[in-house]
Every structure is written in C-alpha cells, then in structure tokens.
Ligand binder design. Structure first.
Ligand SMILES: [Zn+2]
Length: 539
C-alpha cells in the first residue's frame, strides 16, 4: 500500500503528514488487533454486543389525516455512530482505504475529528453529520463497528398547528374528560420506533432493520391534508401579507368532520380555537343566529319590513325587508328582530349550537381551547342581537353556521376520527353529537339570504360567478382600536357541502385610501373566495 503515496510525498507535505499520522494510527490499530486476536481478553469478549438499537423518531405515534397521510413534518437528523470495540478491530489489510476515506469525509464535517481521540473513548461515539456526509459514509461498506441512521425530529416551528398540538399528548398532564386525556389512554404504552443494527462475523454492522412495537397505536384526524395544503398556499400569498394572521376552519357539512384548521402564522397561539384568549367578538356573523331563531320561532317572515333610522347603524338604511337588512347587515333592524326573540331564547339557540363552550374539548397545559363568553342579559338585547358583548371562537361559529347548511341539524365539529393499531385497523372510532335546531324551511331561507349577501350585499367580494356559495360578513372590535374581520359561508367541492369560517384578527386600521376602514367584507370575504376557487381547481 505504501508505494501509492511515495510519489506524492514531495508534492504535498500536508498529505504526507496526514499519511504518516495515519500509518502510525494503523500500526496502533494493528497492534491492538494483534493483542485482541492472540490474547482475546475475556472481558472484551463478554461485553461484546452484536446488536445495537437507536430511537429513530422523537415521537412514538403517527398523526395521520383522514386519508392516512402523515400530517407531521420532520427535520431529519443524520447520525454516525462509531462503536469503539468492534471499530478497534479494523485492520491494515482489509479496511485501510475505507478508513482513510472516512477520516477525510469526517474531517470536512468536523476538523477536530481524529481516530486517536475516538479510540480513547469507550462504548458508542455519536456524530451529527450532514445528509451529504451520511450518503458518502454509507458507501463505505467494509469498516468494522460503524453505522449510520436518520432520526426524525418533529418540526416545531409551526407549534400551533393542530397536528403539532396533538404531538404533545404524551408529554403533558391532561384534564380528566379532555380530548387529549382520552387519546392519551390509547397511546400511553406506545414505544418509540427503533432502528436495529447487527454485527456480522467480520464485526461490520451490515444488517439494519426498523422495529415498531406491535402494541403501538396511531391517531387519525378528520383533517384532509390536501385541502389544508391548498388553503396554506392561499394564505401565503403576497396579497395577504398585510394581515398579521388569518384563521381558516372548514367542516364537512353532513358529518361535522373538520377538514382543515389552518392559520397563516402557526407560531402564534391557535386562533381558530381561541387558545390563550377568551375568544373574540363575532359581530355581524352572529346575525345568522338571530335570524335563525326569529324565523324558526315564527316571529317574523323573511319579507317583513322594518325601518332603520340609524340609531346603531352609521348610515340610515330606511325601510328594508329582513332579507335586505341581512344583505346590508343593518344593525338597527337586527336589534329589533333580536328583541322579538328575547335574551333567553337567543341564548338557547346559541348554546344548542355550541357557543360559549368548548367544541373539541381540548384542555391541557397552556393549550386550553377557549370557551368563549356568554353575554350578560344586562348587556342589552340590542347589542347581543348583532353579536356584541360576547366572545366566541371561530370553531364555535363554524359549527353554528354549518347548522344552516345542514338543513337545521347541528353537527358538533370534531377532529379525532379514530385510533388505529400498527396495521391501520380501527381500534376506536370517534362519533359526534347531533341536534335538530331549525326547521328545514328556516335553514333554506337563511341559506338563500346568505347567497344574496355575496350576490349583492356586504359579501360581494366573495362572489364567484359559477359556484354556489353564500355567507355573512362580520367586523368586530379587537384590541387597541383594531378590528376583527369575519366571513362565514358555505361552498361545495364536487357533490360535498362544506362550511368555512375565515377570521382575520386584529386588522391594523388603515389610513390609506385604497383600504379605508377594513372589515370582514374587505379582508375575510376575498380570502374565502380565493380558497373556494383554489379548492375547486382541477389539477
Ligand atoms: Zn341600518
């Protein structure tokens, strides 16, 4: 072997030095090998392990979407392990070239790398390496006592995405009766997936296999990753960069299954669930409930006329039918409609559709879903009828407005579909509560009024010519003079009906002429349109 290097000696001093050092090392290794072979120490022999295992993920269950797709995103960590005992068996004749190559590859990763230091240690020595280094090392097949593996670490940058929230279930204590607590009981005996490595008779770790415990269970959510990915693309558009955050929640109408829960800034506490908040004022999207109660109780007809004198409204709307008042979102007339319903009945209709209570029942650590705040009677029916003096979450409103689309039946939105075993068999299927709230006639009337809102009312920026959509805008008071924008509406993908709530919290008040005073009709409605169009695009 030596002659290979002689020609380069004069040309490259550095290489010569490395080579010389290396040869000394090899001599030491050879000497060591000699000792081991000729006088095999019993201690070394008995402590020899021919099998190693490494955790290859920092989560011991999978979080799947409704179609079985993995919802987590991982950062891949590449690791080199040098197991010093079998590594010391490397020898001059068999593995010199590979050892030199490994030394060269690892020096570019870490200049401090040297075999002498490694040989001073006992047991396994770990090195974090790049993907490139990982691939290069895997081409070296002859070196004794080394192996590499890839470890999946959850990408925690999007800490408040719903799947990242579910990734913490085994790390925290949960309130009894919470959704996390229920899921915890299925997952608590899971073991981390491992890679196993076996030494062959040359002391090379030649065989590797992944082992996942037969008892491991996984969570399947109702989320549809394809829908969420498309929603995210819309939210990331430059044209919405003026909004600090945007919350999108979408429910499949007939089942109550949440198909998407996404927010523009997933590093901020989850706004769709109102986490770390008491909820948000719904403003005029609450008029859907006021109208629903009044129609359902037979207190008004949709064509009845009322007069707006501008007591609450900034402009005087004059004489309008109830449907027109809904299109224009007239506060005066809705205050009057609400006062016919009365506080108790209005609260009954609201609570029957999940307002002022947790919908998903998420309750653990600092991740408590907001319950919202029920308005006090003293707040006045005029305020309550137009969605003021109360707090709700987007997911609460999603469920309530879906009742209209679902012909008057409230389907409590839910997010965990099932628990699966290792082979994807369903161990536990989750169901939801349903409740008849409105008559079919009431639902149809309101659905049609929501259609008129986007054809000629405050929601015109959500209008899409050839698609059947409808909705209601809302603008409400946020913090420090900022405004919350809302748009809640229905749409279809193919034959399926969906309800979506778009929530744009804390809109900075704009002074420029282009935007004027921004509300839900300007901020949330165009996003609704954009998302519906994107979801209906053929690929
Ligand atoms: Zn008015």
């Amino acid at each position: 072997m030596f002659y290979i290097f002689t020609g380069k000696f004069n040309r490259n001093k550095r290489l010569a030095q490395i080579t010389a050092m290396f040869l000394i090392l090899i001599m030491i290794l050879t000497a060591k090998l000699y000792v081991l072979q000729v006088y095999p120490s019993e201690k070394v022999q008995s402590s020899y392990q021919n099998h190693q295992e490494e955790n290859i993920s920092n989560i011991n269950y999978m979080i799947l979407d409704t179609n079985g797709k993995d919802l987590m995103t991982y950062d891949k960590k590449y690791v080199l392990v040098i197991d010093t005992k079998p590594f010391s068996l490397n020898n001059y004749e068999e593995t010199l070239e590979d050892l030199m190559a490994l030394n060269f590859i690892m020096k570019s990763e870490n200049p401090e790398f040297n075999y002498a230091n490694i040989m001073k240690q006992s047991g396994k020595v770990y090195f974090n390496i790049s993907e490139d280094t990982y691939n290069k090392i895997n081409n070296l097949k002859n070196i004794k006592g080394i192996y590499t593996y890839i470890k999946d670490e959850i990408d925690t940058k999007k800490a408040w995405s719903i799947n990242n929230m579910f990734s913490k279930i085994l790390d925290e204590e949960h309130e009894t009766g919470s959704l996390e607590g229920e899921v915890y009981n299925y997952l608590k005996d899971n073991e981390k997936p491992k890679s196993e490595f076996y030494l062959d008779n040359r002391a090379v770790y030649a065989k590797q296999c992944v082992s996942i415990s037969d008892n491991n269970k996984n969570i399947k959510l109702t989320i549809d990753k394809d829908i969420e990915d498309k929603v995210r693309k819309v939210l990331d558009k430059e044209e919405y960069s003026y909004l600090s955050n945007i919350g999108i929640s979408i429910v499949e109408t007939s089942s109550g299954k949440i198909r998407a829960m996404v927010q523009k800034d997933e590093s901020a506490a989850n706004i769709n669930l109102g986490i770390q908040q008491i909820g948000y004022e719904p403003g005029s999207i609450y008029k859907i409930i006021t109208l629903g109660a009044a129609l359902d109780m037979g207190l008004i007809n949709i064509n009845d006329t009322f007069t707006c004198n501008g007591k609450i409204c900034k402009e005087v709307h004059g004489k309008l039918s109830v449907e027109q008042a809904f299109e224009k979102s007239c506060n005066d007339i809705f205050a009057e409609v609400g006062s016919k319903v009365g506080y108790e009945k209005l609260m009954e209709y609201s609570e029957a559709q999940g307002l002022y209570d947790r919908v998903l029942n998420l309750e653990s650590g600092n991740r408590n879903e907001a319950k919202g705040v029920k308005p006090l009677k003293e707040a006045g029916i005029n305020n309550i009828s137009i969605g003021q003096c109360m707090n709700v979450t987007p997911v609460q409103m999603l469920g309530a407005i879906n009742t209209i689309v679902n012909n008057g039946v409230y389907e409590k939105p839910y997010i965990v579909e099932s628990i699966l075993d290792k082979d994807d068999n369903v161990i536990k299927e989750f169901k939801t509560d349903k409740k008849k709230v409105y008559s079919e006639t009431t639902s149809k009337l309101i659905k049609n009024s929501m259609r008129q809102v986007v054809i000629k009312g405050t929601g015109i920026k959500a209008y899409i010519g050839d698609l059947d959509i409808g909705g209601k805008t809302g603008s409400a008071t946020g913090n420090e003079g900022k405004t919350h924008g809302w748009f809640a509406g229905y749409f279809n993908i193919g034959e399926k009906n969906y309800t979506m709530v778009v929530f744009t919290p804390e809109i900075e008040s704009r002074k420029d002429k282009e935007y004027g005073e921004l509300g839900g009709g300007d901020t949330a409605a165009p996003i609704f349109k954009d998302i519906v169009k994107t979801l209906n695009m053929r690929e």
